[in-house]
Design a protein around this ligand. Structure first.
Ligand SMILES: [Zn+2]
Length: 170
């Protein structure tokens, strides 16, 4: 697995409380949990930005890098709003890594102007108000809590408070 973290030094909140090494460790652990057989081949660019550049109602987003419309892609960019608290960061990164799993395992496919989910084609012209009802969004949200607790437990902790103490997060 290769993880590049960018935009971190310029970020406001998160870069003050968490180290790049811990960002990488969390991404690595969740990826290995979700995709044990292919995790070695996965490459990420994790980009921290201030919230202003994020689309409305989004604190994070994921995109496929290298080879547009590739089936079972292996390279991804994940953008995260850095003006969030640590616990929210773990939630958002968990959500986006679940989308990575959906793409890399072939459950979801991005074509020109459409997305395929389990073989069913969805036009990308869906209205904003229906966005959160899309099946891949419902699935990603459904995994958030499980992956957040997986992260906490992977450090031998039982709460976010304990994990923050362990990682020396203020
Ligand atoms: Zn999503």
């Amino acid at each position: 697995m290769h993880i590049q973290v960018t935009g971190f030094s310029k970020t406001k909140h998160l870069s003050k409380v968490i180290k790049v090494a811990d960002v990488k460790k969390i991404v690595e652990r969740i990826t290995t949990k979700l995709m044990p057989r292919i995790s070695d081949d996965i490459k990420y660019v994790i980009m921290f930005t201030d919230g202003k550049t994020m689309p409305k109602d989004h604190e994070a987003s994921a995109a496929i890098l290298g080879g547009k419309y590739a089936a079972r892609p292996r390279e991804f960019e994940i953008i995260v709003n850095s003006n969030v608290h640590f616990k929210s960061f773990v939630r958002y990164i968990s959500h986006e890594l679940l989308h990575v799993k959906q793409w890399s395992c072939g459950k979801m496919y991005e074509g020109a102007g459409f997305t395929t989910w389990l073989g069913r084609r969805y036009s990308n012209n869906y209205q904003d108000k229906n966005y959160w009802y899309l099946p891949w969004e419902i699935e990603a949200r459904g995994y958030e809590d499980a992956l957040m607790w997986f992260t906490v437990h992977s450090y031998g902790c039982n709460s976010f408070r304990q994990l923050k103490t362990k990682l020396r997060i203020k």
